[in-house]
Design a binder for this molecule. Structure first.
Ligand SMILES: Nc1nc2c(c(=O)[nH]1)N[C@H]1C(S)=C(S)[C@@H](COP(=O)(O)O)O[C@H]1N2
Ligand SMILES: [Mo]
Length: 319
């Protein structure tokens, strides 16, 4: 793994370089050039279909950190509709049909609408923003996402004043998603945000990463990205966005309400009942498992942009 890390320097992480690298990996793997244990993980990723470009204008106001190499972003995933192992989404998500794809925006809005994915893409200019992502399990990545602020879409549908929350509902189709046959979660995968959280400019309606259309394992063709909250709040492959008066029920909260609260803001001072949340392991660190863990920041480092929404709230109670 460390040998491969050296083949991609952070300075040449462009989609093209990544793609060429993947081709080189296929050849090396086919020639038996890696340790046997490495071959399945990398060759699966290497054989992924060649990605489709998505033009996006970088918006560096949101961050300039060094990004996690593409190969990790697209091969170490959580997407339980395709299995519970980190490698499952990359190996099984090929069966997901991402076109045609429609998304319906409904509930407490003046102008409910059903949009085709191509129409949705045209609502606002696509920006590329580098966000830190922190999974509740203790790992993190830095990902250049391509999308626009969800607020742009919300303004179009004109929520009623009674709309207090937004619910995100993922596709759940047994035929395309083998994991949906297991009852590990309550399908469809559902997540939610309070209205002010959904309107916060950081909340990104996301169509791509690294200047390419979202790989299926990352939630194609459209997902949400909420970088100050644990990763599970960022629902993938969304088919419905619903505005509600009541706090939506969410799949992980139904799984275990004590472990997965509705807010789930990244907070090093509030432990998960079964483990500490004080530290994180950055995936793709060249030192691998020997890399020192790093400190997790309150609101994942986005306090300047989001803390005011929680002023006066007891974050231990509203976890
Ligand atoms: N529909 C759906 N969305 C999901 C998940 C899932 O299992 N199903 N997993 C979540 C979790 S736990 C994380 S950490 C992120 C991972 O996103 P990534 O694989 O693009 O990094 O997706 C989130 N969105
Ligand atoms: Mo996660």
């Amino acid at each position: 793994m460390r040998f491969i890390d050296k083949t991609i320097l952070s300075s040449d992480i462009t989609p093209k370089a990544v793609f060429e690298n993947r081709r080189a990996l296929i050849k090396t793997a086919a020639a038996g050039g890696f340790g046997a244990a490495l071959v399945p993980w990398f060759s699966r990723e290497a054989l992924a279909v060649s990605p489709e470009k998505l033009s996006a204008t970088p918006n560096t106001a949101y961050g300039k950190e060094e990004t996690t190499p593409y190969k990790y972003v697209t091969s170490y995933n959580n997407f339980y509709e395709f299995g519970t192992d980190k490698a499952d989404p990359a190996s099984h998500a090929d069966s997901l049909q991402t076109r045609p794809w429609t998304i319906s925006i409904e509930g407490l809005v003046k102008k409910p609408i059903t949009l085709d994915i191509d129409a949705l893409l045209k609502i606002a200019p696509i920006e590329e923003r580098i966000y830190r992502m922190r999974c509740v399990e203790g790992w993190s990545m830095v990902i250049p996402w391509d999308g626009y602020s969800l607020s742009k879409l919300i303004n179009k549908v004109e929520p009623l004043s009674s709309a207090k929350y937004v619910e995100f509902i993922s596709l759940a189709d047994r035929k395309q998603m083998p994991g949906v046959s297991s009852n590990i979660l309550n399908w469809p995968y559902r997540e939610g945000l309070r209205m002010d959280e959904a309107m916060n400019p950081l909340t990104l309606l996301t169509f791509g990463l690294y200047g390419e259309v979202l790989p299926k394992q990352n939630g194609a063709p459209v997902r949400i990205v909420v970088p100050w909250k644990y990763g599970f709040k960022s629902a993938k492959s969304i088919v419905k966005i619903r505005f509600t008066e009541e706090m939506p029920k969410t799949s992980w909260n139904q799984f275990d309400a004590r472990e997965y609260g509705f807010y789930s803001n990244v907070n090093p001072a509030v432990d998960h009942p079964r483990w500490s949340q004080a530290m994180e392991r950055r995936i793709g660190d060249p030192k691998g498992v020997f890399a020192p863990k790093i400190k997790t920041q309150l609101f994942n480092g986005y306090a300047d942009q989001v803390a005011s929404m929680y002023a006066g709230m007891d974050l231990k109670k509203y976890y």
